[in-house]
Design a protein around this ligand. Structure first.
Ligand code: 5GP
Ligand code: MN
Length: 336
């Protein structure tokens, strides 16, 4: 943290505050790990609440303190009362208000001091205090640094577990290019706080229902390769979801299987979301192939260089057809 930022943060928390922690919509382990680590850190001397814009995967219910997370979609009145009293808002693991979906107007209207901690590129300028670094592996790694610069001695097993979970989730267990020696050092320090590495892996990756395995089978079966290009894509239809009792988070990680094929540099997953009237798209890539600009140019999205997302309002078939045309054009323009 820069000296000036640290000064404002220290001053801000020199008295008791009413703090709200907000992850991005459909929060993942990094977003919720960040919220919960800070929730535990500030819990003793402040009033603290976590408000998620919507539901999250039940897989993350093992995170200590997760029972306290409020869902704005199902608990509007309570959440709005909390917003009225809040005087500090942390927005975690996102950098554009639209990613807080239905909470974005409450955040922008609030008179609270807003603090962004995030590791995505191109941060928007909505927060009073912006702590943004796209070279960081995860928001959780940044939350670790944030906590250390205020009071490292407060890190306990609960805080360490929340932070470690976010880091391993966002780095693919310390494998992705964003992993640095410092990321591993933070991991090592968290293990010294008694984090149970095996248990966290088991809870994150080996804790699904049988039908999720069948859904994975169908997603893998649906993979198609674009002739002549290092690109594969697959889809999960509304029917696949119905047949396999789809729950939020069930398709997490499916898209990565496309990158297990030799010479494939880009893998894409389309998920039909009839209730939202859109197709949710996940982009993953490696090597020289970067997907964030493609996602923002053609599919109203963005994200990291190697892991991005976007949406399409066309039908699944039309989306796939559009994707094939767009990716051919993008490769021609940028890589040939
Ligand atoms: P996922 O494929 O896991 O949903 O998302 C991968 C990454 O892409 C996320 O960590 C986030 O950075 C980004 N992302 C996903 N969906 C969107 C979106 O709709 N808009 C933007 N700007 N980024 C997204
Ligand atoms: Mn993240």
């Amino acid at each position: 943290m820069k000296d000036l930022t640290l000064k404002s943060v220290t001053k801000l928390f020199s008295e008791k505050r009413n703090i709200i922690f907000i992850p991005h919509s459909s929060p993942d382990a990094d977003a919720l790990g960040s919220c919960l680590a800070l929730y535990h850190f500030f819990n003793q001397e402040n009033e603290v609440n976590i408000i998620s814009p919507n539901e999250y995967t039940e897989i993350l219910n093992f995170l200590p303190g997760s029972e306290n997370i409020l869902n704005y979609e199902t608990d509007k009145e309570k959440c709005e009362n909390i917003f009225n009293k809040g005087n500090v808002i942390f927005t975690l693991d996102f950098n554009s208000l639209s990613r807080a979906r239905n909470l974005s107007s409450l955040i922008s209207k609030s008179s609270a001091t807003t603090i962004m901690i995030d590791h995505h590129e191109n941060p928007n300028n909505y927060a009073d205090i912006t702590i943004s670094n796209s070279r960081m592996s995860s928001t959780c790694e940044m939350v670790y640094d944030f906590i250390c610069s205020i009071d490292k001695s407060k890190i306990d097993n609960k805080i360490a577990t929340c932070i470690y979970t976010g880091i391993v989730a966002d780095t693919g267990s310390f494998r992705f290019p964003s992993t640095t020696s410092k990321t591993l050092k933070v991991g090592s320090e968290l293990i010294n706080h008694g984090v149970n590495v095996t248990e966290i892996f088991e809870k994150l990756h080996n804790n699904f229902q049988f039908k999720r395995l069948k859904l994975l089978g169908s997603a893998i079966n649906n993979f198609k390769k674009i002739e002549g290009l290092p690109v594969v894509y697959t889809s999960i239809t509304e029917n696949d979801q119905k047949v396999n009792d789809f729950k939020k988070g069930d398709s997490e990680g499916f898209v990565n299987f496309g990158l297990s094929v030799a010479d494939i540099l880009c893998s894409v997953l389309f998920i039909e979301k009839k209730d939202e009237g859109l197709i949710k798209i996940s982009f993953r890539s490696k090597g020289d192939f970067k997907v964030n600009i493609f996602a923002s140019k053609y599919f109203n999205g963005g994200g990291h260089e190697y892991a991005s997302g976007g949406i399409s309002k066309l039908s699944l078939q039309e989306t796939e057809e559009k994707f094939i045309i767009d990716i051919k054009k993008y490769i021609k323009e940028n890589y040939e």
